[in-house]
Design a protein around this ligand. Structure first.
Ligand code: NOJ
Length: 520
């Protein structure tokens, strides 16, 4: 079977506002990313996914798009973009863009037209419904950011739906003109050379045709955030969303080697439907389960087993430890376990997606109240749902090195690239080593996986490709654990970057240590 670059490769997510500023305005940009391409080469990743860079009023920092076919001046120009693509490709680095199909900005000319009158030809491009007889919203749907998913428009006396901010009206994907326009934009970016798309909230794109209420969530607790008051059964994950995925795939398949990744938060049995009935949906529906998993060997064993078992034949797996919406791995499990997590991510079967800064062990930043900018925090405050802490500027040097101006979010530099380059056992150097091993050993990138055990909080699995067999052992505990393992002396990697004690067929893993061993 021919393997594609996105199967053997590693994807690195860039939050562009925070990666590298080149013009001193305190916000990262495309030229900044281009200037750091050699960093990716040295690190050893294969593709960058850049969160949205299209023109936007930035109410949701780019996830509110007002023109799908251009670049926001804050990030640069189309010329800068073309240069980034050219220079990335010259280094054999692929570029994945972040496409936002479910909603546009309320400033998009389409919405401006749509809301201008009920008779406007674009009225049906968004989702408009009459109020209930008492004037209240058409149903009980709640926005993911809290509050009703409906906003009343007094000019035309109807409500429009928005799964997120009221400034992010939902597009009506049941309207064929909307589909054609969106596919046309994707085509334009493919023609410019982009290697794929991450598709924002793909499972949201179609809502139940009759707009019935969502069922009330019996397990709701206030700390979860308001959106969890109801179960989003009718506002998301309709069978027609998979049709949309298939149409996008048909478009991508007209080009060579392009990838579609769906952002979808659903349980496995629902998630895998987005591969399409004949493997003709998205190439990879994101698997986010490690983000919420209880950090214990037997839980993770079970999770891997269930995921692998749920994959339809031929479906390619993928794994994620964190992203721009969720607390960072180092803050969730601690710095020592973050090394174990990195080993897990880069040795499981399937494509890993790394989040910028995790390779340094970056932790959630501290954001003083007066610097909070994320609408998620502002609208549903005090529950720890805000995303500013995971979007702080990339620390390049002890002085920052991100911008010459005032960074848009506070810059933390206690861990930074320059320092970490210098000491051998840093998180960064450990990542480099793991990425190089993954590249050198097809067993790690393409091999089969066999789960072996999860005793004493140590997870062990085997990866196999051709006649190469590697065994991975991960100590999820903060205590030494002696385990029986064949060929214990043939270790090729330890997160502590020095060999643990072995004796015959046993090895004593140190607290929070993961190792890779050659086997036969
Ligand atoms: C998911 C994105 O990851 C998140 O950052 C954004 O706020 C919502 N979708 C809305 O587009």
């Amino acid at each position: 079977m021919r393997t594609e670059w996105w199967q053997s490769g590693v994807i690195y997510q860039i939050y562009p506002r925070s990666f590298q500023d080149s013009n001193g305005d305190g916000i990262g940009d495309l030229d900044g990313i281009t200037s750091r391409l050699s960093y990716f080469e040295e690190l050893g990743i294969d593709a960058i996914w850049i969160s949205p860079i299209f023109p936007s009023p930035m109410k949701d920092f780019g996830y509110d798009v007002s023109n799908y076919d251009d670049i926001d001046p804050i990030f640069g120009s189309m010329k800068d973009f073309d240069r980034l693509i050219k220079e990335a490709h010259a280094r054999d680095i692929k570029v994945i863009l972040d496409f936002v199909p479910n909603h546009s900005s309320d400033q998009h000319p389409w919405f401006q037209e749509s809301k201008s009158s009920r008779e406007n030809p674009k009225r049906d491009w968004y989702i408009w419904r009459d109020p209930k007889s008492d004037g209240s919203p058409p149903n009980n749907w709640i926005s993911d950011f809290g509050g009703p998913a409906w906003t009343f428009d007094p000019t035309t006396n109807q409500y429009y739906s928005h799964a997120f901010l009221k400034e992010q009206p939902d597009l009506n994907w049941r309207n064929s003109h909307v589909r054609l326009e969106m596919y046309d934009s994707m085509r334009k970016w493919f023609n410019r050379g982009v290697d794929g798309f991450r598709l924002d909230v793909l499972w949201h794109v179609i809502k139940a045709q009759d707009f019935r209420d969502n069922p009330v969530n019996p397990d709701y607790k206030p700390h979860m955030g308001e959106m969890h008051k109801v179960l989003q059964l009718n506002s998301t994950d309709q069978p027609e969303a998979i049709e949309v995925a298939r149409e996008m795939r048909a478009l991508a398949d007209r080009y060579d080697g392009r990838v579609l990744i769906g952002e979808i938060y659903l349980p496995f049995e629902k998630l895998v439907k987005y591969y399409g009935p004949k493997q003709d949906g998205v190439h990879m529906p994101f698997n986010f389960t490690l983000i919420d998993a209880e950090w214990k060997a037997d839980t993770i064993f079970d999770l891997i087993a269930r995921y692998e078992a749920s994959l339809p034949p031929g479906a390619w797996p993928n794994w994620v430890l964190g992203n721009h919406d969720r607390p960072r791995i180092a803050s969730r499990v601690g710095l020592a376990q973050a090394r174990v997590a990195a080993t897990l991510l880069l040795t499981l079967r399937g494509t890993p997606t790394m989040y910028y800064g995790d390779e340094l062990g970056m932790e959630d930043g501290v954001i003083p109240l007066e610097r909070v900018v994320d609408p998620r925090e502002i609208l549903d405050p005090g529950k720890g749902l805000g995303r500013d802490p995971v979007r702080t500027p990339m620390p390049w040097t002890p002085d920052g090195g991100f911008t010459e101006g005032e960074p848009w979010l506070p810059q933390h530099t206690d861990r930074n690239v320059e320092d970490e380059m210098q000491f051998d056992s840093s998180m960064l150097n450990m990542y480099k080593l793991l990425l190089a091993l993954r590249r050198a050993h097809p067993a790690l990138s393409l091999g089969s996986i066999a789960l072996e055990s999860a005793e004493s909080n140590v997870l062990i699995y085997r990866r196999e490709h051709g006649d190469e067999i590697l065994r991975v052992a991960l100590n999820f505990s903060d205590r030494d654990q002696t385990i029986a393992i064949p060929n214990a002396d043939r270790m090729i990697f330890s997160t502590l970057l020095s060999a643990p004690e072995t004796s015959g067929e046993t090895v004593t893993l140190r607290a929070n240590e993961a190792i890779i061993i050659e086997a036969d």
